[in-house]
Design a protein around this ligand. Structure first.
Ligand SMILES: C[S@@+](CC[C@H](N)C(=O)[O-])C[C@H]1O[C@@H](n2cnc3c(N)ncnc32)[C@H](O)[C@@H]1O
Length: 271
């Protein structure tokens, strides 16, 4: 995926990195951030470096290597700011989530037709989980009919945003909780419907196993949108596990695929 431009980061303080979650930091080495720019930016921001190193111990050796490769003399203030912006631009979506969730909520691609979700899942009186709930695009559709919706979201500021949005809209059946798709914070056989939009696929098998564990026998798994419109590894994985799929339009962002599957079998042999 190319760089996103959901937010102009040119005026943003580099201290915004202090709002990132551990799961962001764990992913940092896999990002396309130019290492020299990161090293320069950290030279000007020792408190940020301290945060990265102390929030997640796994980053220490990676940061040591990044710094060693780019030892050199002290950069000017201008050079540091240039490097800061380069780093910030490479984490545009994360920064929107932690600094300004409303910006995400305003993205045109969220205006897809809610019938795309309703026609593959009957939420009436069901217990529903929304994994990676974000600003609640799927949660709020389900909550109109479901008995209860548990919106699982690992980013603190998104959880706060969604709690307020749910309250402001008068919902009393939405419960916003911390958690990850690969470690769902609920017991086995808990939910009638488990859904997620734009969240599945970093670690397909682990995520799928977690969803299978938590869904009730006879329950449903729904990924909407679950993938771009292409036959990639995520698609092959889901189809090989018996998911059905179709495509629909995300305004301004093209065709996406949605996937759904009814889970059969007892709690031991769900599949
Ligand atoms: C592109 S947004 C989608 C939000 C919402 N589902 C939607 O369709 O608008 C991805 C969301 O997944 C969350 N997320 C990222 N990694 C996650 C993980 N491992 N488990 C659960 N949620 C995750 C992000 O914080 C973000 O809110």
């Amino acid at each position: 995926m190319g760089k996103l431009d959901w937010m102009d980061v040119s005026d943003l303080s580099f201290n915004a990195l202090l709002l990132l979650e551990k799961m962001h930091l764990d992913y940092l080495p896999k990002m396309d951030i130019p290492r020299e720019e990161l090293a320069v930016a950290l030279k000007g921001n020792p408190a940020v470096e301290w945060y990265l190193r102390n929030k997640t111990a796994g980053l220490n050796s990676w940061l040591d290597a990044v710094k060693e490769e780019n030892a050199g003399s002290a950069p000017t203030r201008e050079r540091i700011r240039q490097a800061e912006i380069e780093v910030l631009e490479n984490m545009n979506d994360w920064l929107v989530y932690v600094v300004n969730p409303e910006k995400y909520d305003q993205q045109s691609f969220l205006a897809w037709d809610s019938r795309e979700l309703r026609e593959i899942a009957d939420f009436q009186n069901k217990r529903v989980l929304d994994l990676g709930a974000g600003t609640g695009r799927l949660t709020l559709v389900a909550a109109q009919e479901a008995a209860e919706v548990f919106a699982v979201e690992p980013v603190t500021s998104l959880r706060e945003y969604l709690k307020k949005k749910s309250r402001d809209r008068g919902y009393s059946n939405i419960y916003v909780v911390d958690g990850l798709i690969e470690a769902i914070p609920f017991p086995g056989n808990f939910a009638d419907i488990i859904m997620g939009g734009h969240v599945f696929g970093e670690c397909c098998l682990q995520e799928y196993r977690e969803m299978l564990r938590v869904v009730k026998p006879g329950g449903k798994l729904v990924l909407c949108p679950g993938n771009n419109d292409c036959d990639n590894e995520i698609h092959e994985f889901l189809v090989s596990r018996g998911f059905q799929w179709s495509s629909f339009l995300e305004p301004g962002d093209g065709e996406k695929r949605k996937y759904w599957k009814t889970v059969v079998g007892s709690s031991r042999e769900k599949g």
